[in-house]
Design a protein around this ligand. Structure first.
Ligand code: ATP
Ligand code: MG
Length: 718
């Protein structure tokens, strides 16, 4: 291999890190400074110069996507397959180890991995089997509890003495769960890590083997390792081992999942003679984007502190667009993407980043409407999410009782004691008689029949309650009365909260649903909505080979880079997220997420706020995210909203409103106005633009009225 090439494409600090003598090294550096690049070059260097065999190298990173990218880059650099080198995620590598040592790990040779859904189903069965009330011991909560304990390395036998009866029962379920997994020969995700850690810790021959084997451990995204991952690394690193850890404390965004940024501090104490290398030159972004990122993160306390600079030019200012509502925001994004493509760019150079999954729906719809191929990355598209499919299945049953697929999906969701056996029996009867499952229900007798009949009455009830209500109210009452909402509300984890938000978002979607003008008249609004949903879930997502715009959450954008980046939904309560507002440390994590978002951009960054937002089924008048206010004014170019009306903007308590956010428009929401006929009132809403701009005014004597501004003869009062 050409060693000069390896070093030539690096700056001096990077070179120092890549070519360092064996020993422990911590690369502490900001976004886009070449950490991942240095890590891959280090592996190539070890191989080419230090003659370290691929057999002796283990490299671990955070996501499967990052791992496969790293593998690709290495194969390219080494110009051959990686062979025995271990490159993967913590879970992937633990799995590999357990496969090789299934006997020592006391697993059956053909052990299977339990995915999140399987795990939940198993826990449900156990809770019921122990005769526990699911409302007191929600299975999702139990799963969360078990996984969190495993991530701390705590088995059921080692739990603290329970303080109350609830804890006693949690302990019992955990014990039963471990036994059930053992019997079935299955391991869940958290178990992969815990089991391989225990294997290394308790089995000296295995530990010695790996400690001797791996002379080099390399870890990317080190700031997001959790307790058990850190312990795994410590155990794997033998006395002769060199650990090469790269990370950025400012990008630690998985605190809610147990990541411990302290690991970066601890590393220097727990490992011998750690040398620290700082990389300060950013190669990714324009000067403007970098300055904005630096200024933002400066608002956090307790940072390790870094000084990032670039010799790239300033580039374009950051554009801040105040959209009238979320659809205007989505339209703006699509328009900008189209413009980028017209200028010769590719769609996959554009990334739209959002804080919460539910935001993708409106963006997806705008992409579909404009025929822009897109891909929702690292997450599912809205209508494919399990909770949305559940809700849709109920709604379809309301419209068509003979929809067997929907029937099967929700007959026992949420659980109502209709087991697989009952459903099998029902299927059999339906097949014999050649009728739908629904029609077969009266033909099933015994306990199964009773339970099935209850389900039938529930659907009848849902159908009756829909009545003549507006579409959104129909959906809201089905989501609620079917028990789905309560079911998902029991799960207090991040994922559970996101599911509830998505259900609320479905109601929101219905609220603004307007069928195509050429819609078939014979269909009810609900039927039209369902047809639309089915289409949206269909083949609109671009093929893997197609050039697609990329939609993803800010979390899944970590480590990636794009020439053009949109950060949408820059609003208080959305980003920073509502539930972090009260807690300074959570707020700092939100700010790090914003830092990650900004630093994904190479050439151009857009930020957007929707002044009115319907999200999770509620309509909000938003205030601008504090993170926008924290950017230096001179870096931000405000794109004027098309609507000549403004709302008060967010004002940081200690800071003046940045001038680019100041409004000079004639009316604001909340403003008092006078009308020749109706007298005095207060502006409460607005819609449309230009000569079509309409305002809603709440008049003292006449109540609420919509007025077209161009004809209304209103005058503002101070
Ligand atoms: P993040 O913190 O987001 O994970 P990072 O520190 O891992 O970022 P990389 O992704 O390795 O940064 O590098 C950022 C970009 O800068 C990449 O496109 C990379 O190829 C480029 N780059 C890094 N170092 C150099 C260099 N010395 N010369 C030219 N380009 C470089
Ligand atoms: Mg990186």
């Amino acid at each position: 291999m050409d060693v000069t090439y390896l070093l030539d494409s690096l700056n001096s600090a990077q070179r120092e890190a890549v070519s360092a003598a064996p020993g422990n090294l911590l690369i502490l550096a900001g976004a886009g400074s070449g950490k991942t690049r240095v890590l891959t070059h280090r592996i190539a260097w070890l191989n080419a110069v230090e003659n370290i065999s691929p057999f002796g190298v283990l490299a671990v990173t955070f996501t499967n996507k990052a791992a496969s990218e790293m593998r690709g880059r290495l194969e390219h650099m080494l110009d051959r397959p990686l062979g025995p080198m271990w490159v993967g995620t913590f879970h992937g590598l633990s799995h590999r180890m357990l496969r090789a040592h299934w006997q020592e790990a006391k697993l059956p040779q053909a052990f299977q991995i339990l995915d999140a859904d399987d795990q939940l189903r198993l826990v449900k069965r156990l809770v019921r089997g122990l005769n526990l009330d699911e409302s007191v011991y929600p299975p999702r909560q139990v799963v969360w509890f078990i996984n969190a304990r495993k991530d701390e390395g705590v088995r059921s036998a080692h739990l603290d003495t329970p303080r109350d009866d609830v804890q006693v029962q949690y302990q019992r379920i955990y014990t039963a769960y471990e036994a059930a997994c053992e019997r079935a020969g299955v391991v869940d995700f958290a178990e992969l890590l815990l089991r391989s850690l225990e294997l290394l810790r308790d089995n000296a021959p295995v530990r010695n083997h790996y400690q001797r084997r791996f002379s080099h451990l390399l870890v990317d995204e080190f700031q997001d390792t959790n307790e058990i991952q850190y312990a795994w690394l410590r155990t794997l690193a033998g006395p002769q081992c060199s650990v090469f850890a790269v990370g950025d404390d400012d990008q630690s965004i998985y605190g809610w999942r147990g990541a411990r940024v302290e690991n970066m501090h601890n590393f220097r104490e727990d490992f011998a003679n750690v040398e620290v290398v700082r990389l300060e030159q950013n190669y990714r972004s324009t000067g403007t984007i970098l300055q904005a990122a630096n200024a933002l993160i400066d608002h956090n306390s307790g940072r390790l502190g870094k000084n990032l600079w670039t010799d790239a030019g300033d580039g374009e200012p950051i554009s801040f667009y105040t959209a009238f509502d979320e659809r205007d925001e989505a339209r703006f994004v699509v328009e900008r993407v189209q413009h980028w493509v017209e200028q010769g760019g590719r769609r996959d150079e554009c990334a739209v980043l959002y804080r919460s999954n539910a935001q993708s729906r409106v963006l997806e719809e705008a992409m579909i409407a404009a025929s822009v191929p897109y891909r929702v990355y690292g997450g599912m598209r809205f209508f494919e999410r399990a909770e949305i499919k559940d809700a849709i299945a109920y709604l379809r049953l309301v419209c068509n009782r003979d929809d067997d697929v929907s029937f099967e999906r929700v007959v026992n969701q949420p659980t109502r004691g209709i087991g697989d056996r009952s459903v099998a029996q029902l299927r059999e009867v339906a097949r014999e008689r050649g009728v739908s499952l629904w029609q077969a229900v009266p033909l099933v007798s015994g306990r199964a029949g009773v339970a099935l009949n209850k389900f039938v009455s529930l659907v009848e009830q849902l159908s009756a309650s829909c009545g003549d209500q507006p579409l959104a109210d129909q959906i809201e009452s089905v989501v609620d009365a079917s028990g789905l909402l309560a079911h998902y509300q029991k799960d207090q984890s991040e994922k559970g909260l996101a599911r509830v938000e998505n259900l609320e978002e479905l109601v929101g979607a219905a609220r603004v649903f307007s069928p195509d003008s050429d819609a078939i008249e014979a269909l009810s609004p609900l039927e039209m909505f369902l047809a639309q949903a089915a289409l949206d879930a269909g083949d609109a997502q671009g093929e893997s080979w197609e050039d697609c715009a990329q939609l993803m959450t800010l979390h899944s954008a970590k480590g990636l880079e794009f020439p053009l980046v949109f950060m949408v939904g820059m609003e208080e309560g959305l980003f920073p997220h509502q539930r972090t507002l009260e807690d300074p440390s959570q707020l700092e994590e939100e700010r790090r997420i914003a830092y990650v978002g900004i630093t994904r951009a190479r050439q151009k960054l857009y930020m957007c706020q929707a002044e009115n937002r319907r999200l999770h089924g509620r309509e909000l008048f938003t205030v601008c995210s504090r993170f926008v206010g924290e950017l230096p004014t001179e870096l931000v170019d405000e794109i004027r909203p098309q609507v000549q009306l403004s709302r008060p903007v967010y004002q940081h308590p200690e800071r003046a409103t940045p001038s680019f956010l100041q409004e000079q428009t004639p009316y604001t929401i909340g403003q008092r106005v006078h009308h020749n006929t109706f007298g005095e009132g207060v502006v409460t809403d607005c819609e449309g633009q230009g000569k079509n701009l309409r305002m809603q005014v709440n008049f003292e004597s006449e109540g609420q009225k919509w007025l077209v501004l161009a004809y209304a003869n209103l005058s503002p009062l101070s």
